[in-house]
Design a protein around this ligand. Structure first.
Ligand SMILES: Cc1ncc(COP(=O)(O)O)c(C=O)c1O
Length: 393
């Protein structure tokens, strides 16, 4: 058989999200789009801001030669400098172009960081539940996922993190605002995490790294702010993208930002730039690097997502599901009325609802709803959710 055993195994357990997405396309064709309630994929349903098309038109009209050529592997120097200036405005610190590496979105950024830091058998602590691709991303580079429990409200459990740390630990991977829970870690929680990482690093006699995956940073509700992770710990590296705030997931553009005071920063930056190249990305898409530099002050339409969050919570309340109200991102992670979340997802399909079982995120007995869809899909789903809930009374 030509396909590697590991990949055959992965195919057999292939992403439940993608399976649901594919089931959704078939159901829409059979039953009509208006009769299918698809909450499976985090594909923003808002269009990119008008400034995106204006930026592209301007760039396409530029006659300068070499606009589509290879470039330094870290990205276009002026874009990196613009992002560093943006981060200085947001967070202070001495960010310069050197601390920024343009990447193939957040997924590419994470793979670059992980390849750079991971030795065979290195362990990365990851609080559960977590984004479905983390296992693959960590294992891609010979690392091991060290899963740790979170609190009942999905906030960080510092005791569990401290207990999981050992001589193979390279650091911790967090994601805030969170997929799949919608939880936003508070500045206080991040501060406490920073203090713990200082202690654990001292115990190990080397720097542990905090990798913060934050493509949903702008998507926070109720007047909240996403905490400043750079303020909590110097050995911090952020992976982010423009996929969610500017609705550009198909364009694959994002960046890595390394804290200017991180330990071994020169070596780490050189390693990450090399990994960007040898992973085959070479550099992030050229046209998109130029476009996002013109859009750094564009804001996501938070009001629209907040409205969808409220509509989704109303549906869940009226149907009788329990859940932690999301403070950010566009997901909610309610509790299943039965323990078997896969059987629950199958029952949901009978009601034309597409959702993802929590086990796919290492959060069994729960299910994930992505509410980045049309408002009507949410409001019209109420009777179907009521019927689904009634099956288990
Ligand atoms: C938590 C998290 N990290 C990373 C990604 C990947 O983002 P990108 O499309 O920017 O690679 C996603 C995508 O849904 C995500 O939810």
């Amino acid at each position: 058989m030509p396909v590697a055993d590991k990949i055959k195994d992965s195919l057999a357990h292939s992403s439940m999200i993608r399976k649901m997405f594919e089931a959704g396309a078939q159901m829409r064709a059979e039953k009509g789009a208006e009769n299918v309630f698809d909450f499976s994929l985090g594909n923003p349903n808002l269009e990119p801001p008008p400034a995106f098309k204006r930026a592209l038109l301007k760039l396409l009209a530029d006659p300068a030669p070499g606009r589509h050529a290879y470039m330094p592997n870290a990205g276009i120097p002026s874009t990196r400098a613009d992002i560093a200036a943006y981060l200085r405005r947001q967070f202070g610190y001495g960010f310069t172009a050197e601390h920024i590496i343009m990447t193939v979105a957040a997924g590419g950024a994470l793979n670059v960081i992980l390849k750079t830091l991971t030795n065979p058998g290195s362990e990365l602590i990851v609080p559960m539940p977590y984004f479905v691709e983390y296992d693959a991303y960590i294992e891609n580079h010979g690392g091991k996922v060290r899963r740790v429990a979170t609190e009942r409200d999905f906030t960080l459990n510092l005791d569990a993190i401290a207990e999981a740390c050992n001589e193979n630990t390279i650091g911790i991977l967090i994601n805030t605002p969170n997929n799949p829970t919608g939880v936003v870690y508070s500045p206080r929680d991040l501060e406490k995490l920073g203090r713990l990482l200082e202690e654990l690093s001292a115990g190990q006699g080397r720097a542990l790294y905090l990798i913060c995956d934050e493509p949903y940073r702008q998507l926070v509700y109720d007047g909240r702010e996403a905490g400043n992770v750079f303020a909590c710990y110097p050995n911090t590296v952020v992976a982010t993208s423009f996929s969610k705030n500017l609705s550009l997931p198909g364009e694959r553009i994002g960046y890595i930002a390394l804290h200017p005071q991180a330990a071994d920063s020169e070596l780490l930056l050189a390693g990450m730039i090399l990994c960007n190249r040898i992973l085959g990305y070479v550099n992030a898409p050229a046209l998109m690097q130029r476009a996002v530099a013109m859009l750094l002050e564009e804001k996501a339409d938070i009001a629209q997502y907040e409205k969808k969050r409220d509509l989704m919570c109303q549906v869940l309340d009226e149907a009788g599901f329990s859940y932690v109200k999301p403070g950010g991102a566009f997901y909610v992670f309610p509790r299943c009325p039965i323990d078997d979340d896969v059987a629950f997802a199958a029952a949901a399909i009978q009601e034309n609802i597409l959702l993802v079982p929590g086990s796919g995120f290492m959060g069994p007995k729960h299910f994930r709803l992505a509410f980045c869809c049309a408002d009507e899909t949410i409001t019209r789903s109420l009777p179907a959710f009521k019927r689904l809930r009634a099956r288990y009374r």
